[in-house]
Design a protein around this ligand. Structure first.
Ligand SMILES: [Zn+2]
Ligand SMILES: [Zn+2]
Length: 90
């Protein structure tokens, strides 16, 4: 009886939003607001990222150079290279 659950796991998210969060553990910073991805609430950021390209590198928080063409975007971090994606129509 020593395997008590550990309380105070700071990585634990709000249960209300759990179903909407994909299990991406490599993201350190919010691509939208640039704050720590594990702190605060980024539900609105995630909504924004569906219709706007990211602003910050999720690994180093540098500002990304964005190139958009229609709904396609590519974002280049000086250190981590290029990522790309497609925006949803709002
Ligand atoms: Zn955010
Ligand atoms: Zn980077």
């Amino acid at each position: 009886m020593t395997d008590l659950p550990t309380a105070g796991d700071s990585g634990w998210s709000d249960p209300d939003t759990l179903g909407a969060i994909p299990p991406v553990v490599a993201v350190t910073y919010c691509a939208s607001c640039g704050r720590s991805a594990n702190k605060g609430n980024h539900v609105l950021c995630r909504e924004r990222l569906r219709v706007e390209p990211p602003v910050h590198c999720t690994t180093c928080r540098r500002e990304l150079a964005i190139v958009r063409s229609g709904s396609q975007w590519s974002a280049t971090c000086k250190k981590h290279g290029e990522t790309s994606g497609t925006l949803e129509d709002a």
